[in-house]
Design a protein around this ligand. Structure first.
Ligand code: CAO
Length: 444
């Protein structure tokens, strides 16, 4: 077997023609007349086919290189005795084609050497191959698809990724109508109800090889992180968020909590501020039912829930999970405390059931045991609001005639602004602060 160089043949009156696609890679087994590269002049795109079948041993060009007659494109180990007279390349008008696009008589003509492809235009001479005749290798994914240069130019104009288009032509060849159907489907998905779909057209983040800057290690995300990551992205993109901040004076609450410590220990539970917050939130949810609700699938109706089930974010070695505590309004502090301890242990042991994780109306994310002054939680859709709790700290608070040291609890309420107005958000967090500042309100 001999390795032969394939060079750019005479393609007519073109100089420094840019390579817009390299269609083969080292190791590819290619067929005779399979396209190797696509060139794009100001008038047309041209695919340059291989004059013989073989295995690609070297690729000498890359995208954006400028090609001239005689430049080597690739070295190919021929697997058949070459070479019929040169196959003709295909050309299609570029998106910018103007009336000055070459006419058939102006189009470059075939030349005899074995490596010589010949461009043809959409208005090509009858001798040029049909515009559907060349198989093409997808350069990025390695997947193979077949499309003519004119279809590829059409797809490029519309920004359609041909590797994602299903071809309905002979041998799955992608036709113009397939590209049209693909684009139509993408547009339909993008314009569907904003309440139910993701944000189409969001530009992706750049992919960077970080190892160029120093040593790196790649660690896979946990199963929970992968799943919650998708959910969080969906909530972040679909829900217009507003976050309202406040501070609750929990000096008296803390004194009460400390006074209950011995009783709690005897009952085998640990009363943390979170249990009081759960009770207070349940109370305010009952008073302000719009926060205990979800939008329906149309995004035009609010479903008010007549039960108060609250999700509590739990930090586990495998990632964040949000088990749901049911009927919080009907349970006492000790019962809630026991349930919170039990469910968060099961969460950390990876033993939650789907039931534990469903049915929530509102969520609480407490980082109070860890620290930090404030954060903005992401609404756990389809719920419409979430409370973020940070670490309480002593602060001087003006009491009308003097500063007094008070224990202040930072609160952040994120809500879905499609459902909740700013004034309602402020009312909710103020009411919550008020209950936490004076727990006697719970019995009113
Ligand atoms: N201010 C001051 N102290 C607080 C506090 C607050 N807001 N909240 C809790 N504490 C104290 C507790 O009283 C406890 O102190 P002691 O041991 O001295 O009594 C300590 O901090 C630890 O509390 P805890 O975190 O164990 O218990 P909790 O009831 O507050 O929280 C749970 C339980 C499951 C929510 C928590 O363990 C957890 O996982 N938190 C992380 C949640 C999370 O990751 N949220 C982020 C989601 S977004 O990525």
């Amino acid at each position: 077997m001999t390795v032969k160089s394939v060079t750019l043949p005479d393609i007519g009156n073109y100089k420094d023609v840019p390579v817009i696609e390299v269609l083969v890679a080292v190791g590819d087994r290619i067929e005779k007349e399979q396209s190797l590269i696509t060139l794009e002049s100001d008038k047309a795109t041209m695919e340059i086919p291989s004059p013989f079948a073989g295995i690609v041993r070297r690729v000498m060009v890359k995208t954006d290189d400028k090609m001239n007659i005689g430049d080597v494109i690739a070295e190919i180990e021929a697997t058949e005795e070459a070479a019929d007279p040169a196959p003709a390349p295909e050309t299609s008008p570029s998106a910018e084609s103007s009336p000055s696009t070459p006419t058939p008589s102006e189009a470059p003509q075939p030349v005899p050497p074995a490596t010589a492809p010949v461009p043809a235009t959409a208005t090509a001479p009858a001798a040029a191959p049909s515009s559907e005749s060349y198989p093409v290798n997808a350069p990025t994914s390695g997947a193979r698809f077949h499309a003519s240069p004119s279809v590829r130019a059409f797809a490029r104009t519309l920004g359609a990724d041909l590797s994602k288009v299903v071809g309905t032509g002979v041998k799955n060849r992608i036709l113009k109508s397939d590209v049209e159907a693909f684009v139509k489907q993408a547009l339909t998905a993008a314009s569907a109800s904003p309440g139910t779909t993701g944000g189409a057209g969001i530009p992706p983040l750049p992919t960077i090889d970080f190892s160029q800057f120093g040593e790196t290690e790649t660690v896979p995300l946990s199963r929970i992180q992968k799943r919650s990551g998708k959910h969080l992205s969906s909530c972040w993109l679909n829900i217009p968020h507003v976050t309202q901040f406040d501070e609750a004076d929990i000096t008296d609450l803390e004194a009460f909590r400390q006074s209950l410590k011995t009783r709690a220990e005897k009952a085998g539970v640990k009363l943390t501020p979170l249990v009081f917050i759960l009770k207070a939130v349940a109370r305010v949810l009952a008073e302000q039912p719009k926060f205990n609700a979800s939008l329906d699938a149309t995004g035009e109706n609010l479903i008010l829930k007549k039960y108060i089930h609250i999700g509590v974010a739990v930090d586990t070695p495998n990632g964040l999970v949000v088990p749901v505590i049911r009927n919080v309004d009907q349970k006492g502090l000790f019962a809630l405390s026991a349930e919170l301890a039990e469910v968060s242990k099961r969460a950390r042991d990876g033993k939650l059931s789907p039931d534990d994780l469903s049915g929530g109306c509102f969520s609480i994310s407490s980082l109070g045991g860890i620290g930090g002054t404030q954060f903005t939680p992401i609404v756990n859709g389809p719920e419409v609001a979430i409370l973020g709790v940070s670490r309480a700290k002593m602060a001087p608070v003006w009491q009308g005639d003097a500063f007094e040291p008070r224990l202040m609890l930072p609160l952040a309420l994120s809500y879905d602004h499609r459902v909740i107005d700013g004034a309602q958000g402020a009312r909710f967090i103020t009411a919550l602060s008020s209950v936490l500042s004076d727990l006697r309100e719970l019995i009113l």
